[in-house]
Design a protein. Structure first.
Length: 122
């Protein structure tokens, strides 16, 4: 078993997925990144391929821990897009459509209507 105490940080962002392995002193030991293509199916619409997100996160994580192996990893931190939405079917685990990216404007009119109705504080 490794005596190291490593932190694995995974950042799944709007334009890429990356993983960085840090040592106890906060120095990066290894890193990997994969660009995430933006899909623009129409004006104001921004989507991602959810399967691509999942594949890329697994890939960059595996590449980042390759030099040391997983044994020395003491902690894992994850950050993501937060407001991007993905729906999937519970029983099969299959995605139901593209990820709707936080930059997408398709619900802007609904949000404005709700704000005008005073439900913003709720």
């Amino acid at each position: 078993m490794s005596e190291e105490c490593l932190l694995l940080a995974i950042d799944q962002g709007t334009t890429s997925s990356r993983a960085i392995l840090f040592d106890r002193a906060g120095n990066p030991r290894a890193a990997a990144q994969a660009e995430l293509p933006q899909i623009y199916p129409g004006p104001g619409l921004v989507e991602h391929d959810p399967e691509r997100i999942w594949h890329d996160v697994l890939d960059v994580t595996r590449r980042a821990i390759l030099p040391t192996g997983p044994e020395g990893i003491a902690a894992l931190g994850i950050t993501n897009q937060r407001e991007t939405t993905i729906l999937w079917e519970r029983e099969s685990g299959r995605v139901l459509g593209p990820a709707i990216v936080w930059q997408d404007r398709r619900t802007a009119a609904l949000c404005e209507r709700l704000r005008a109705e005073g439900v913003g504080p709720m």
